[in-house]
Write a protein that binds this ligand. Sequence first.
Ligand code: ZN
Length: 160
Amino acid sequence: MMNILVDDSLKKLARKLRLLGFDTAVWSKSIDELASNERDIFLTKSRRFLEKALKMGIKSYLIKSDRWESQIRSVFQRLRVSFEDLRPFSRCTICNGSLEELAKDSITGEVPEYILFTAAQFHKCTLCGRIYWRGSHTVHLERLLEITKVSGDTAEKNTL
Ligand SMILES: [Zn+2]
């Protein structure tokens, strides 16, 4: 799976990509230092950043849309992501750490009790310790998956 870097204005997109399992970092340093990054692809909303990045030899794409739904579609289309590439519940949406599965009895006290009873699977971020469970992001995730499914046939060529 590819490593993605996004510019500071695409934080929301970064969270969605992480939710779908993509290793996604946000670039918050100066654009002139971008050459030091080691990621596969750079996504940006800025034409100026794009030009700089391309000059540095970094594989980059311009994101035109302001809406994350269209942004996700554009990215998936450009990177030729298919449904099978997605790894939901493998990345922390906040810090991009990888998630590990947790045994239910090891998390008593860390999540509300009713969730312990109703959720079947728990994951914990190996970096920041945040706990995820099916249900915490499931509705959101389903909508995301719906959006990505559509991307195959309704190609939005103008948005990127
Ligand atoms: Zn985390």
